[in-house]
Design a protein around this ligand. Structure first.
Ligand code: ADP
Ligand code: ZN
Length: 767
């Protein structure tokens, strides 16, 4: 099972004994190390260190060790005085002169394995990026591949019939938001790398070697000077500096409205860390790790640009390898990165900053299912670094901690220069939609507002949290909805390719012209996606310059940067997009933000739905009026009186918190209680269900008082990627207590080979 770690005191495993049954040498002399191989089911094995390696082998060293007849790569977990294992084998090789994992990070991994209930080797692997783990990166592995052009439906159909492997390969590229490594794409598609070469010859994809471009942000940035802090900022910075001087500081929650100048505080704090000989780690959500963000940091530290490392998911293996070694070697003093950068091997940390701390993307959705913000708090505590969590809409968890005194609360209540918060108007779609068929997309007030902006040469952002053209294709005659054959969701229509696509698994097929079930030609597109919004705006404003920004339109690596550049230069009137445009962007000329449908997400079966909607509305609204002109936000909704919408409208974070906290308290939801969610997955319905029910029964039998174990029930997303999904949830006062219960139960419960488990401690997504 997935969550098992067997930390035996020493290996007496039969593999070792079998191979060298009569090794009676004296193991009590010389150096002995305990090694965790990357792929040996969590077994810890002891080895003797040959003298040739001298004292170079230490905790955290990456080594090669013989396991049975194979040589495996692993990590030294402990250096021992002696081992009780008879017939110890020798370490085969030492991979690097310096230990690759610092002891502090190894400890963090150990803690993570325990808390998040995952195997130790999974935790260890996550503190060491793949690009580094596997040793030297060869040049040819840095080839990336992307789509060369759109493929018309006929061509696609033909290709799929003739060469299904090629369409498999293309599907991976269609689903990716940027160029991907050829090796990765091939693995994902389950095809040979040669398939991409064939596609390249056909002119369908472009393969590029990224050998030279090792620093993705290699341009030089002009230096930017400190800004004179306003009074609120000065107080905030003071608090941060106090924490940095404190040997065991409390984390700080910086609660600052959008546009209140939080970044300036971050920049000053980083400078302080550097000046006092320490290092700084900055986490930003992947989606906000834009060239614009990087530029803000790099330009402030223009005097030390080569000492800044940037880590994000678009890096090629080679780039990641280089950036990581720059940090590990002590050359980089400032690290900016997404979630996994929390494990950046910086030493002597002065401050860890987590921007937009409420962001869900800080939670990893595969094992180890850690939350980078929580890891930041833990790492800061262990390494005696200040921790600064910033947000305009702090998570309930962090807000709770700031109220209970666990965190220190620092506020920025006003926008810089007393710029006013944008005026938010709510448009009732129930009436608008009734009046005109298009009213459901662009109501009359929104239409007029856009018109007004265009006349004045100001810019508009239209936000919709759903890509594609329409959510589903539905037959008016028989009510048939086109569903994914492998997932329990409807297929989304994508107009450009004339295809219907599953947003869960990527399955795609040609969009039907008639109902596949009853043959009626009245099949229509229901629901609204970004493509439909784009089309509607184009139809209504034929002269407007409109660009769409979502995962479908931003498949090229540079597309994002180019679009934002064009928008900044005023070459685009209306930018239509998904979350991609909601976060952290700063455009002074944007005076109107339209939220096309605020209800998406509100009605999900998830107790955090209200919190997410409030946060999203506040963040999107925060994009308006960041310049001299005042901003206006129009929120279209079918539920105008929903509290999330009303509180967001009045910029009343605390009002929302009060109400939401009360709701959570009543039901014992986080932050008042803790949760563990186990997903049981399998292709055989009955076996999967039975496994979930058995697991629930065992957990109930072993649960201490105070821990409530739910039944094995179908997950809200019942089927995904051909797997049936069941949930078993646990609720109780302590996550770690439940994690231990789960581990103990699972270790004693054999699962069928084709049933898979995922344990999520402190889950954020309940689907
Ligand atoms: P937040 O991250 O809180 O939304 P930002 O840090 O992006 O806000 O700041 C908003 C804008 O205000 C930025 O353009 C920034 O350069 C500017 N700014 C921040 N602090 C000051 C200051 N003390 N004086 C003048 N402008 C400032
Ligand atoms: Zn699917």
């Amino acid at each position: 099972m997935a969550g098992s770690v067997r930390i035996s005191s020493a290996c007496v495993c039969f593999f070792c004994l079998l191979v060298e049954p009569f090794g009676w040498e004296d193991n009590r002399r010389g150096m002995i190390v305990r090694v965790l191989p990357d792929q040996a089911a969590g077994r810890l094995l002891d080895y003797r260190v040959p003298e040739a390696f001298g004292s170079a082998v230490a905790v955290g060293s990456r080594v090669k060790v013989p396991v049975r007849t194979r040589l495996l790569t692993g990590t030294v977990i402990e250096v021992l005085e002696h081992s009780d294992v008879r017939g110890l084998r020798d370490l085969a090789d030492l991979l690097d002169e310096r230990p690759m994992i610092r002891p502090a990070l190894l400890e963090l991994a150990r803690w993570m394995a325990d808390y998040y209930c995952c195997p130790m080797e999974t935790a260890v692997c996550s503190v060491l990026p793949v690009a580094v783990r596997d040793g030297k990166v060869s040049e040819k592995r840095r080839n990336t591949v992307r789509m060369a052009r759109d493929i018309p439906a006929e061509e696609w159909e033909a290709l799929e019939r003739r060469a299904p492997r090629q369409t498999d390969a293309l599907r991976v590229l269609l689903a990716a938001s940027a160029a991907v490594l050829v090796t990765e794409a091939a693995a994902k598609a389950g095809v040979a790398e040669g398939v991409f070469r064939t596609l390249e010859k056909r002119g369908l994809v472009v393969i590029e070697s990224t050998v030279v471009a090792r620093d993705p942000y290699a341009e030089k940035f002009l230096s930017s000077a400190n800004l004179a802090l306003n009074a609120e900022q000065a107080v905030a910075l003071q608090a941060v500096e106090e924490a940095m001087a404190d040997p065991s500081p409390k984390p700080i929650l910086l609660f600052g409205v959008t546009g209140s100048g939080k970044t300036e505080i971050y920049l000053r704090a980083i400078r302080k860390a550097i000046e006092t000989g320490r290092t700084a780690l900055v986490l930003v959500p992947e989606i906000a790790l834009t060239p614009q963000t990087v530029e803000r940091f790099k330009s402030r530290f223009a005097d030390m640009q080569e000492k800044i490392a940037v880590l994000h998911s678009h890096l090629s293996d080679g780039e990641r390898h280089d950036e990581w070694h720059k940090i590990h070697g002590g050359e980089a003093r400032i690290v900016i990165g997404a979630r996994s950068s929390i494990f950046a091997p910086l030493e002597n940390l002065g401050i860890i900053i987590v921007d937009e701390e409420h962001e869900n993307s800080y939670k990893q959705d595969e094992a180890p299912r850690y939350h980078a913000r929580d890891m930041a708090v833990l790492r800061g505590h262990r390494e005696k670094a200040a921790v600064l969590l910033g947000s305009a809409t702090p998570s309930l968890e962090s807000w709770h901690n700031s109220q209970s005194g666990k965190y220190r609360l620092v506020r920025l209540d006003n926008r810089v220069d007393d710029k006013r918060m944008p005026v938010v108007r709510v448009v009732d779609l129930r009436q608008a939609a009734r009046k005109s068929p298009e009213g459901g997309i662009l109501s009359r007030p929104l239409k007029e507002a856009i018109e007004g902006r265009m006349a004045k040469g100001e810019q508009t952002i239209l936000f919709l949290n759903r890509r594609g053209f329409s959510t589903s294709m539905i037959c008016e005659a028989c009510g048939h909805v086109c569903m994914c054959p492998d997932c329990s969701v409807s297929l989304t229509f994508h107009r450009a390719a004339e295809r219907i696509v599953c947003h869960i698994c990527g399955h795609s097929s040609r969009a039907p012209k008639t109902c596949p079930k009853c043959g009626d030609p009245g099949i229509r597109h229901a629901g609204v996606g970004t493509q439909k919004v784009e089309e509607a705006v184009k139809r209504i404003f034929p002269k407007a310059r409109i660009t769409r920004m979502d995962a479908d339109s931003m498949t090229r690596k540079d597309a994002y940067r180019e679009t934002l550049g064009a928008f900044k230069e005023g070459k685009i009137d209306v930018l239509v997009g998904t979350q991609m445009i909601a976060k952290g962007l700063h455009f002074p000329n944007v005076t109107l933000v339209g939220i096309v449908n605020a209800d998406l997400g509100l009605h999900l079966p998830d107790f955090r739905a209200g919190e997410r909607t409030f946060q999203l509305l506040t963040q999107v609204a925060g994009r308006a009026g960041r310049g001299e002109m005042e901003g206006e936000v129009l929120v279209q909704t079918f539920t105008p009186f929903n509290p999330s919408i009303q509180f967001a409208r009045h910029h009343d974070y605390e009002g929302f918190m009060d109400q939401e906290m009360e709701f959570r308290r009543q039901f014992g939801y986080p932050p008042y209680g803790r949760m563990v969610l186990i997903t049981v997955r399998g292709t055989m319905l009955e076996r999967t269900q039975f496994s979930a029910e058995t697991l629930s029964r065992k957990l109930k039998a072993a649960a201490p008082t105070g821990v409530v174990v739910g039944d094995g029930v179908p997950a809200p997303l019942e089927k995904a990627k051909t797997y049936f999904r069941f949930h078993v949830s646990l609720r109780g006062p302590s996550s770690i207590q439940m994690a231990h219960l789960v581990r103990k139960t699972l270790d004693a419960l054999p699962m069928p080979e084709d049933v898979f488990l995922a344990v999520d401690v402190d889950p954020l997504h309940l689907l």
